[in-house]
Design a protein around this ligand. Sequence first.
Ligand SMILES: [Zn+2]
Length: 171
Amino acid sequence: MSKKGRKIFRVLLIILFIGFLIPQNLKMPVEGAKQSDYNSKSFWFYPWGKSVAHKGVDIFARKGTAIYSSTTGIVLSSGEIKRGGNFVLILGPKWRLHYYAHLDKVKVTSLSFVNRNSKIGTVGTSGNAVGKAPHLHYSILTLVPYIWRIDDDKQGWKKMLYLNPIKYFED
Ligand SMILES: [Zn+2]
């Protein structure tokens, strides 16, 4: 590797390292939600339609309830997709993506900075939640795979990417 190449590599390693140092301090994203508003066993619930296993948690609340970012971060993307409906995708500490789906309204734009006091949207029934009880589908994905978490469950290999949000709520 050239001298310049080595320097760029070193800078990237430092940036990667700093990302891991930022504390996550995860906050329940749905305003006023309690343990009874979600099923503690909903992570990797199987069978789960087209998703096969449920790779997140569904937090039930009245339509229009505020959703706050669970961590500090940068909004990478927001808008509307088929299954997720109105969604927000935030890059947070430790190179983890936070995915919020089925929103009624999205209140942030891409590339904006958010913290745990930022209202990012409201609870709704968009995407494949149409006709169901209003809820937030919330997933956490790590960009750095945790391969030691792979197990024999259905699609268990994907457990290197999807982390269980409930674990952080209840810590
Ligand atoms: Zn869900």
